[in-house]
Every structure is written in C-alpha cells, then in structure tokens.
Design a protein around this ligand. Structure first.
Ligand code: GLC
Length: 580
C-alpha cells in the first residue's frame, strides 16, 4: 500500500534533526550559496531573483544551473529536494528565448480566465524544462492608486476580476495534476493589502531611491481589507494554492511579516490555508529589533520559509538559537516544515526533482508565441475611434513614430531578463513596428522614433506609439501619470502631416493623455504586450476585433490620481469600444 503524503511527511519529520528542519525553512538566492552549502545546510529552497540568470542565459544553462543545486540536495541524508523559485510573472521571462506574455494588466483587460489559464499552463511547461518548480506568481493585489509601480503586475482594480483570473492562473501553473512533471507551485502574492498602501507612506530606500507607495502602509478598515484584498486569497486557496508570499507592506503600522493575527489566525486558521507562507526578499529585515528579534517575530507570526536571501548561514544559526532558547517553539518549526514538505510531496518533487530536458524545445515555441499574440490582440482597449480604425491594408503609406513602436524592452516592461527590464532588443520577438511592416511591407512604412518625416510629405495614416520606460516595484512609483512635453510635441508633429492619426499607449497603467487624446483620431491602450507585438497590428488592420475592457479607471486629469472622489475618471473600469 503506497504511503500517503501525510504519512511520508510525518516519516521525514520524525527523522529530521533540528538543523535539517531549520534548513528546510531557508530560501537562499543562488549567487550567494557557496558550493556544498545547499547540502551542508539542507536548504529548503533556492531562487533566482529578478535578473538571476546563468551565463549564458539559455534554457539549457538554466537547466544545468538548477540541476546543480538539486543534485546537491538529493545527495543529503534524507534526499529532500529543493524548490527552485523564479518570478515567471509574464512567462519565464528571465530566460532569453522564452515566450514573454502580456503582463497581468493586459490579461485583466482581456478578462478571460481561460486565456489566463492557458498562458499559465504554457509558462509552467517552459519552467519545467529548466527545472524551476516554483513560480512567484500570480500577483493578486488590488491596486487602489495607479501611481504604484506594481500596478502592471495586477489583473485590475476589481477584486472579483482579480479573484477569477488569479484562480485561473493558479490552476494553469499547477495543472490538472500538481504531481505532474509539467506542474509548478503557484504563489499568490503579496499577502495582504499590498495594493492598499497609501501614497507617501513607504519607508523603503533601495539603491538610493526612496519608494513612495510600494511597501507602504495601508490604513483601511478591516471590513474593506477583507472584502477587497483578502477576497482573491480566499479564492486562490480554494483553487489549490500551496504557497502564499507575504507582503512587505504594513496595515495600521504593523508589518505583514510580523502580523500574527492575519498570517496565522486569519489565513491559516479562519481561511484554512494548509500550504506554506514564504517571506518576501529580505522582508524580515524590515521588522523592528535585531536579527534575532526579526527571526522570532516572523516565525512566530506564521512565516514558514524565509527568503533570506543572502546570509543564509546567519539565518540558520539565529533560528537554531531562537528554538534552543525557547523563543520559537519547536511545534512552530514542525508546523512550518510539515507545510513545506507537504507542498514538495504534493508537487511530486521527490519523484521528478530535475529539469524536464525533453521540454527544452517548448521554451519560446511557436505555439506559445501564437498564444501570446492572441493575448496581445485580446488585451487591446479602444478608447477613441473617430472613423480611423480599422486601417485599410491598401493604404499607400503609414508613418510610424515613437521609440516605443520599435523597442521590445519597452513593450515587455519589468521582470524581463533583468529585474527592472531594459530598453532595446532584449528578447527575440516582434515589435509593434515589425507587426505593421508584416502587414504592409516595409516599403509602405516610414519609421522615425522622433517623428521626423521631412521629405516624406503628407501621409494618409500616422501611428504614434508612446511608452513607459521599463521598471519594477517601487522604482515605478510615479507622482504623476502625464505625458511629457516631448511626447505631446511628437503627437503634434505627426498630426500635422497625416490625415488619420492613431495613438497607441504602451504602459503598465493608464496615463493622463490630455491634448494627445484630442489630437488623435483613435486611441488604443496596449498595456505591456510582451514579445509578440505583432498582435497590435492584427487589430489595427482589422484582422481581429477590439475586445479589451479597461481593468482600471482611466484618469481624466492628474487631480484624479490624488483625489479620485473629486472628479469622475475619463473612462470607468470595464470601458472599451468594440468597433475596430
Ligand atoms: C521581490 C518582489 C517579489 C518577488 C521576490 C523574489 O522583491 O517583491 O514579488 O517574488 O522579490 O524575486
């Protein structure tokens, strides 16, 4: 008779030393681990943070890297495999050549759980090829302030939409059978109320930059916290999530990483969450007191695995001292290790801990790119159309302007190869410009990033693409979401020489468009489409309809950003013209 998961957990737990138990609760960043330490400390998890790719950054070298850590873990006394974690938040986008899907804001605009499921499934397959068995996704935050640098990681501002898509994404990552070799652990994040932080309350300074709202403090009442921000977690638990990541943010001044009532009484008790809680990157270091106090507070609050991520030796030593001193009960350690082992066994990690190298050809495959292109098409929101769209395919000449029209890094956004993302040809794919040229042929497309078409003369159509520079987390906290004077003058200059002007906005959140909106005959929100920018041209030229609906309110002016109650948005969530 095959032992049950519970029986296997108890058998392992009873055989483990305290040091092996604390090792399981330790998650370290791969560049910080000395050779042999994965085994020596019996680490429970290893991660690649943003930009944590091997050199060369290929699917195969990812598989070799992960296998190296796993081989060490499998050589330990109890042969407990590690979970290898990565932020594959819009495809396995840390890997060069992987399919880069639209960020969650675009999936929210498409609003289709089946699409989200299929994208998560494709992402899981590309991850399984590299042996990364744990995805720090989906974000199920509900952002209330569009100025937040993580808005683009969110499905939208409606908790029901976020819950529906979050459930679909978890199910897609974990598959029909979590024990399958092509399943990965999902990690709904960041618990709880990361999207409710108030502007100006962040105290985080990173690389000399003061965050403004990311990791800040939320002051809403408990009823609102539950009805808006807890709701997606209740749904995610119901969909089988085995891990949840805790937020850097705080609620009424108490950091989530030490919030025992919400982590243990509410999440694990009231909601019955039986998986494990993982800290965010060095999240416990933000707690009051010395490191001993931080370890004690976080573990006793209910955190089960600590993303240290660098000095894992100090964490292990401190946690052992805390247990031996009675500051952290052994029962708390056993509960944490049970949860971690349960997730590993349920994931089938003991049966297939290594990369599924036969799937390496799936990384960035045409089928996944076609899926990404479908998602791009279905994410586009048509905000204005004074008879300009769809564009005729026999148009003799189209002027295309704006650096964002021809930049894969801009259209992919953050969490792409690099943590913050990066402008330029950072991944293989098609830019928006390339998509237009595929439809018309290069001869009928004149491109200039600065909109300088001297000598070209008038043209029947102009397409201006404006975009955000890539960013991630608090580096994207932005006091005002308005176009620059340079961007508006670009729109003016193209307006002057074309009969029909189409404005495409590539961004992780809505922007106040002002005069640019008035000057354009058509306005399209394209969000952060990822590697398959050709999907934009598909819709502009009528090969697919506009079906996207705004996942966020679209501000009329800057005043809306600071005092949304002062004026109605230009367009409410759910808005989207259908005629293309
Ligand atoms: C980051 C993010 C979190 C991510 C983690 C690992 O700081 O807050 O979303 O999963 O660290 O990269």
């Amino acid at each position: 008779m095959k032992a049950t998961v519970e029986e296997r957990v108890e058998a392992l737990l009873s055989a483990m030393t305290l040091a092996e138990k604390v090792g399981q609760m330790t998650l370290a960043e791969k560049n910080s681990i000395r050779p042999g330490d994965t085994a020596r400390f019996a680490l429970g998890g290893v991660l690649s943070g943003g930009g944590g790719y091997p050199i060369p950054n290929t699917p195969r070298s990812w598989a070799d890297m992960v296998a190296g850590f796993q081989d060490e873990a499998l050589a330990t006394r109890l042969r407990i495999p590690i979970l290898y974690g990565v932020d594959a938040v819009h495809g396995h986008a840390a890997v060069e050549g992987a399919t880069v899907f639209p960020h969650n804001c675009g999936l929210g605009a498409a609003g289709d759980p089946d699409l989200a499921y299929r994208i998560a499934r494709a992402t899981a397959v590309e991850m399984a090829a590299t042996g990364t068995s744990w995805n720090y996704a989906p974000t199920v935050a509900v952002p209330h302030d569009l100025r937040w640098g993580r808005t683009y990681e969110c499905f939208g501002a409606d908790p029901d939409l976020v819950s529906r898509l979050g459930v679909a994404y978890v199910r897609g990552l974990q598959g029909a059978d979590l024990a399958s070799p092509t399943s990965v652990l999902a990690t709904p994040k960041h618990f709880v109320g990361d999207g409710a932080a108030r502007w100006g309350t962040s105290t985080t300074v990173m690389q000399g930059r003061r965050f403004l709202i990311d990791q800040g403090d939320a002051d809403l009442d408990e009823a609102a916290l539950r009805s808006i921000h807890l709701r997606p977690y209740r749904a995610a638990i119901g969909s089988g999530a085995r891990c949840i990541m805790v937020s850097f943010s705080s609620w009424h001044g108490v950091k989530m990483h030490a919030h025992r009532r919400l982590l243990t009484d509410v999440l694990k008790g009231e909601l019955g969450f039986r998986g494990f809680l993982v800290s965010d990157w060095g999240g416990i270091d933000q707690l009051p007191g010395d490191y001993h106090a931080q370890v004690v507070a976080s573990l006793n609050a209910g955190l089960d695995m600590i993303m240290v991520p660098y000095d894992y030796r100090r964490f292990v030593e401190t946690a052992l001292q805390a247990v031996q001193a009675g500051d952290v009960p052994l029962a708390r350690v056993d509960d944490a290790v049970r949860r971690i082992l349960n997730a590993k066994l349920a994931r089938g990690l003991f049966e297939h801990p290594l990369p599924q190298r036969d799937l390496l050809a799936e990384v960035g495959c045409q089928e996944h790119r076609a899926l990404a292109r479908e998602a791009v098409r279905r994410s586009l929101c048509l905000l204005k159309n004074a008879g300009a769209l769809p564009l005729p395919k026999d148009v003799p000449l189209v002027l295309v302007a704006g650096e964002a029209a021809d930049d894969l890094g801009i259209q992919c956004g953050g969490w792409t190869i690099e943590w913050q993302g990066k402008k330029g040809p950072i991944v293989p794919g098609t830019t928006i410009r390339a998509g237009i040229e595929n439809v018309l042929g290069p001869a009928r497309v004149a491109f200039d990033p600065n909109g300088r078409f001297a000598g070209v003369g008038r043209a029947p159509v102009g397409i201006v693409v404006l975009g955000e520079e890539p960013y991630a987390e608090g580096f994207g906290d932005k006091p005002d979401l308005v176009l620059t004077e340079e961007e508006i003058s670009l729109v003016r200059s193209v307006r002057a020489v074309v009969d029909r002007l189409v404005l495409v906005v590539v961004s992780g959140r809505p922007y106040v468009l002002g005069e640019a909106y008035d000057l354009a005959d058509a306005v399209v929100a394209a969000w952060l489409p990822g590697s398959e920018g050709a999907g934009v041209a598909d819709v502009l030229f009528g090969d697919a309809p506009f079906e996207g609906r705004l996942p966020f309110p679209w501000p009329r002016s800057s005043a809306y950003l600071t005092r949304p109650e002062a004026e109605p948005p230009l367009f409410p969530p759910g808005f989207g013209l259908v005629r293309g």
